[in-house]
Design a protein around this ligand. Sequence first.
Ligand SMILES: [Zn+2]
Ligand SMILES: [Zn+2]
Length: 287
Amino acid sequence: MVRVLRSPVDALGCTLFPAFCVLCGSLLPRLSSVPICDACWAEFPVLSGPVCARCGDTLDGAREAGLCRVCRLAPPPFVRAVAYGAYRGRMKDAIHALKYDRLRPAARRLGHMLAQAIAPLAADVPDGLLVVPVPLHRLKHAQRGFNQARVLARAALEALAKSHPQWRLTLAPGALMRLRATGSQAGLAPRQRRLNVRGAFSVSHPAAVAGKDILLVDDILTTGATARAAALALNKAGANAVYVATLARARREGFFRLSPSADLHPELFTSAEPIPSQEQRSFYIDH
Ligand SMILES: [Zn+2]
Ligand SMILES: [Zn+2]
């Protein structure tokens, strides 16, 4: 009898939620299929303040035309990158947990956050977008069992279908291929990141992307090396324009230590800004 009474609760407990928030470890107050507590959701850092109109990096001061140094010196092969939040705190924890499969049930809510970042692009590209998640290499995909970028893209499109029913967004998860099993970008210096992803992407059917406006989706954008490599491949295949949307944006700042030197494009810099060295500049250009 006891067993009969307990079993439905046990079943719910096992299938619907672990009893504790996966991010902070506190006891969840109610049954939920999403194992994140309300306090943690409230702590997700939203991007605020001025950002670069091109790559979305946080800008420190007032900038002419709203572009960061990197975009002024070496414009990226995408038109604009948008993100929902800053890659730190709970956001960082959640993305890590999503990748390692403890957070699949939270993907829908994370996808809704991504949808909020994508929504303003409807003004730029009202006719619609072909949505291409940044792919994993097939070996990594097999190992992980899913691609977090694709999971987020699908959830974001679900939300946008409700909020923007007229906007044509088509998921094309097979449009881009990852040719090499690149190692993780985490912990790599900018130059290593660039080399790690250079030529890593290819378009499987160029006719599918030719002339299209593309929205590249990923979980996080850091130096932009991955987004640049993927956008280059799409542009080569004849894409009309590439936009980028990520759930989170890390500040690029920590990846660069600019020192005054050289005389490259001095007109691009205000007198208060140091001019990058040849090596730094080649990073911008190649990246
Ligand atoms: Zn929590
Ligand atoms: Zn920028």
